[in-house]
Write a protein that binds this ligand. Sequence first.
Ligand code: A2P
Length: 262
Amino acid sequence: MEYKKLYNGINIPKVGFGTWQIGEGGDVIKVIENAFKSGYRFFDMAYSYGNEFFIGKALKNSNIDRASLFLQNKLWNDKLSKDDVVSACKRSLKMLKLDCFDSYLIHWPYRGENEDEVNYQRWLGMEAVYDEGLVKSIGVCNYSISDFENLKKYNVKYLPMINQIEFHPGINQKELIDYCENNNIVLQAWSPLGHGEILKNVKLETIAKKYNRTVAQICLKYNLEKGFIILPKSCNEKRMKENLNIFDYNLSVEDISLIDNL
Ligand code: A2P
């Protein structure tokens, strides 16, 4: 596995396992067990996925050394004040039976009345859980350039270390990608396979044949080449392995540019 380093020195694996919509109850435990077997050690979770309890059980059953895992969770939208953030983080840790998260992210920026101030107050909560040692890194999801500029305006103690956004072939996020890179914010891609819909694209099929890979592998590799950490999810063991098996080749500059223009 390859890693990316956050500006505070923490290493994150470049591939994580997405846990949204991976089934209900006991099915979740089975999927996570298969993900362990396939080699995943980074799990991207969220309060809103409603499966923390079952993922916690799978983690406990696995007996995998905690230090070899990278566990990321997300704060849901209704937690807006500093105190709300701290108690939500503690609640998620308890549900998963953990002492700390490797990263904790705001799931969506707040939109509504007094938005700048509310997003600032929430971020103070994120800084508090980081300073308390409940999490090893803090970041956001779905933030735009103006959301980051807002935090800068308030002179926050730490800027977000991560921004998780939707990214896959067919989405153009160049301005935001450049901004994050210039501000030491590591990018993560949610839905790196475009919800499975882009896998039938004829141009991608042609490129995949050329490299003797599947279209999914080409999409994931493209995301990596664009500097993203990827979070593919699959409930199928064969596809779980396929999605990890992407580190032994590179896409040519010409093919990356072809995919850029899809
Ligand atoms: P499945 O669980 O049956 O494998 P995204 O992460 O972009 O939202 O896409 C997730 C969808 O892509 C899921 O429906 C998943 O279905 C499917 N998927 C994941 N990996 C692969 C793969 N290697 N090949 C084809 N489909 C995949």
